[in-house]
Each structure stands twice: as C-alpha cells, then as structure tokens.
Design a protein around this ligand. Sequence first.
Ligand code: UT7
Length: 328
Amino acid sequence: MFKAKIIGLGKYIPKRVLTNHDLEKMVETSDEWISSRTGIKERHIAAPEETASTMGAEAAKKAIQMSGISHEEIEMIIFCTITPDMLFPASACLVQDILKIPNTGTVDIEAACSGFIYGLSMANAYIVSGMVKNVLVIGSEVLSRFTDWEDRNTCVLFGDGAGAAVVSRTEEKDPSGIIGFKLKGDGSFRDLLYVEAGGSQKPASHETVEKKLHTIKMNGNATFKVAIRTMSEELLELLAETKISSDDINLLIPHQANERIIAGVADRMNFPKEKVFMNLSKYGNTSSATIPIALAEAFEEGRIHKGDSIALVAFGGGLTSGACVFKW
Ligand code: UT7
C-alpha cells in the first residue's frame, strides 16, 4: 500500500482589484454592509483574455516548481471548476496543452465550492491504489463571468482566482501525508445555489440571456445556515473516524465564503481563532479555488510546519461538502 502527500502548492490571483467601494457605485450596497455581513473587503477580477485554464496553469506552474518534479512525471491532471473555459473539452486538457505535460490523463470535476477537496480525494485514491505516482490538482474559477452585476445579493460575494497542488506517492511509513476524507452530496438542496441555463435542461436561447439565467442565483440566508451545520458535522465525523482530536489540529483551512460562517464552524468545533486560516477579505469567495489558494498562502506565510496536522472543510452548491485531514 502507498500513501499520498502534497509536495507542491501554488496560487494565481488576477491583477484587477474590485473593492467594496467600487461596488457601491454599481449596486445599492455599502462597504459597511459587505464587511460586516461577510468579512470581504475586495476581490480580484480576471482580465478579458484570462480563463479558468490560463489561471489554473499559472497556479500549477508554481506548484510543480515547488514540488521539484518534472512535467514528464505528472500522470493525471484533475481540474476542479464550475466555470470551465467551455462545456467541453475539459479545462484539464487545455492546461495539459498550455504546460505541455506529455504523459497525463486529464479530467474536470464539478463539485462547486467543495471541488478541490473532491479533487484531492481522487488524487489520493489514484495514488493509494498504485495506479499513478503524481497528480496535479487545480481549483480555478472565473466567477465574475457568471455574476449578475446588478444583483447585490450575489455580486458582492464572488471573486476570481486559482490554486494548485501536486500530490505524490510516498511510503506508508512516512509520518506525513493524507489521512482521510469525508465527502457528501445532497441534491435536494439544489435550489439554494445554482446556474439555471446553458446546460441540457435549459440550453442557451435569447430568452435565457435576456432573463440572465446564465448567472449565479442563491438563497443566501438558507445557504448560510446549512453551511455552518454541514461543515462542522462533517469535520467532526471525519475527526472521530480518524481518531484525531480537534486539539491536535494545528490549522483549519475552511472554504472562504463568509467570515461569519467560518466563525460559526470554529465555534461548534471549539477551535480557537488563531488556528483558523482566513483570507477572504482579499479575495471573496472563489468557489473551488478558495482552499488551494488558502493552502498556498498559509504555506507562504509560514503557518504550515513540518509535522502539522491540517484540516480542510468545504461546502457548496449541489449541495456538496467535503472534509480532509493530512499531516504536512
Ligand atoms: O460558497 C458557498 C455558498 N455561498 C455561501 O456560503 C453564502 C452564504 N450566505 C451568506 O453568506 C449570507 O447569507 C449573505 C452574506 C449572502 C447575506 O447575509 P444575511 O445576514 O443572510 O442577510 P439576508 O440575506 O438575511 O439579507 C438581509 C438584508 C436584506 O434586506 P431586507 O429584506 O432585510 O430589507 C437584503 O435585501 O440585506 C439586504 N442585502 C443587502 N444590503 C446591502 C442583501 N445583499 C445586500 C448588499 N448590500 N449587497
């Protein structure tokens, strides 16, 4: 049997910044409302020529560089996104071509804000089974292209960005590596958060465009309540299954949607604030990219040390949810 561990991390944040004050000029809102209700101060917006795959490739370059492996050694690219360049081909194929990775499988997965944890779990399964040695997992989103910029309920929340990790085979006796996952999905909550048109149920038409059905719709308040309950329950279940006490976790990296959701989860878990990583004030909610961006940034900031136990937890449209624990 093998184990899997993360050996490289990278992030890419597009240059353009959109502040809460900028949004005050676009919709009926205020910096005070956005800051106090969400914790977000600004978000980044992709340039017109940037896409999920170009941003994902930039983050991947950095993750590969940190890992020290060559492009030839990557055997699988898992691209997590709800905002792919196109319906198909997969954005993973486009990254393969941008980075000229010669011998790799390519697949996109769609699990909304939980996407990166699902991607990591697939990488782990491929590696533990002995099928491959090195997997590139990318979370990249251009949510600004699916945002209704006249809807204050949603447009203040989202941002663009990408993060990536190289996950590699290690020996079972290695004290560092991935310990476990908990993944769940419940389609009965599909009406909480969705993009209605552009798929086979409601293909693009003049009517769908006029009604802005290609943009994100959300029942924020209901999502808020389910998010706190689901994330804390799932993480508690995973910790119980892996026999790890929450005191033993050195850093919790939750999905970055709302400061109050994160505080609610931390409260229920009895996690002190210092052990919870947050960067949403700078980036807003970048869906499947929040966790890999936060991981890369926590590492850059020296908040992850050798031997640390790290917990990830996320929640998103679907609904989907996921938790992961690993030792660095
Ligand atoms: O990535 C995972 C999925 N997404 C999330 O996790 C998001 C979950 N939800 C949330 O983060 C919060 O529910 C929001 C930040 C979206 C909203 O906060 P809330 O405390 O749940 O507010 P609310 O929806 O209860 O709305 C309160 C009021 C409403 O006005 P009335 O009806 O009370 O007069 C809204 O119309 O705030 C109003 N409002 C705004 N006011 C100023 C909604 N958006 C804005 C805005 N600026 N941008």
